[in-house]
Design a protein around this ligand. Sequence first.
Ligand SMILES: NC(=O)c1ccc[n+]([C@@H]2O[C@H](COP(=O)([O-])OP(=O)(O)OC[C@H]3O[C@@H](n4cnc5c(N)ncnc54)[C@H](OP(=O)(O)O)[C@@H]3O)[C@@H](O)[C@H]2O)c1
Length: 341
Amino acid sequence: MTTIKNQQWIYIRHPDAIVGPEHYELRSEALSTSLSAGEVLVEAQYISVDPYMRINQSLKPTYNELPHALNTVQTAGVVARVLASSVPHLAVGDSVEGMLGWQTHARVHHSVLRKLDPSIAPVSTALGVLGMPGRTAWFGLTESGRPHAGEVVVVSGAAGAVGSLVAQFAKRHGCKVLGIAGGKAKCTWLNESLGLDWAVDYKAHSTAETLAAEIKALTGGVDVYFDNVGGMVSDAVIPLINRRARIVICGSISQYSGALDQAEMGPRFLHHMLYQRATIQGMLARDYLHRMDEMLAIVAPMVKAGEIVFEESIVEGFNQLPVALNNLFTGEHRGKLLVKI
Ligand SMILES: NC(=O)c1ccc[n+]([C@@H]2O[C@H](COP(=O)([O-])OP(=O)(O)OC[C@H]3O[C@@H](n4cnc5c(N)ncnc54)[C@H](OP(=O)(O)O)[C@@H]3O)[C@@H](O)[C@H]2O)c1
């Protein structure tokens, strides 16, 4: 029996605060290359790091009933190249995407893989604009945010994978868009490269009140708030909502590094929902998995035509995966953060 060396990052320790390399261990196994009927052997090209990985490490129930199990391979989306195949529609050299985890190789049933078309865009986009973040941004904005031309859309985490797409989709809907991000450089990028109407640096504010004052002065009020970060940023935005505003809870990254296990209470804001007859809705990418082709039919032509900025921040090397995950919380990247193997 022939085998190859498969390297794996194993999640070994629960983080109390920010996640990093100390919570993972690099191991290797001998992986048999013999294929059963329907199986495919693949080698990772790009591996994703995503904030949900930290949510899944929370000890309290989340959208998963149980936390990510210790001593198992870190779950992750992967773009991989086919090394051997037992099915006619996947040939050696084809690129595929699937939830293969933080490992260099995998032997899996073809049904868990999505074949990629490199003529549309670089295959790495299957983990970003043409993958889960793109699906989240498109359906989160259009189905939960329900934007109308002329409305004000505020996006937190606006320079990240999901937020940068939401902001651009909202512009295409004819909205006036304000992006909130950390630091002057990201705000300049939001204005100049993404063409947003306004960009606000939340790190320049030490209180929600001063942040709110800046957003209020620019927008007058908020019709759709697409929230990726929660915490102080949401404390600032929610009191600014207009009548019948829609608030989309996509993520709360400011709370992931410990506060999901020990709640950090912020100011109560539900009275604003009453005053403005507003709607607040959580949305989850997995609920739209069956509509992936619908999203691709709309967004892939925009990508191919060069109408969407889909920046990728690429970290080189399989060994860097836990460091890259940690980087999501320090926020140095723009767009989708990926690791190239
Ligand atoms: N609901 C769903 O199905 C779904 C799917 C995908 C993602 N999400 C959520 O969407 C959000 C963004 O995910 P993503 O993949 O696009 O990641 P991302 O925005 O590319 O990366 C995370 C960014 O969050 C910001 N951040 C980190 N800590 C923060 C803090 N304490 N306060 C404010 N901002 C902070 C940083 O940007 P700054 O430099 O601007 O601070 C960082 O670059 C996350 O909350 C994630 O959980 C939800």
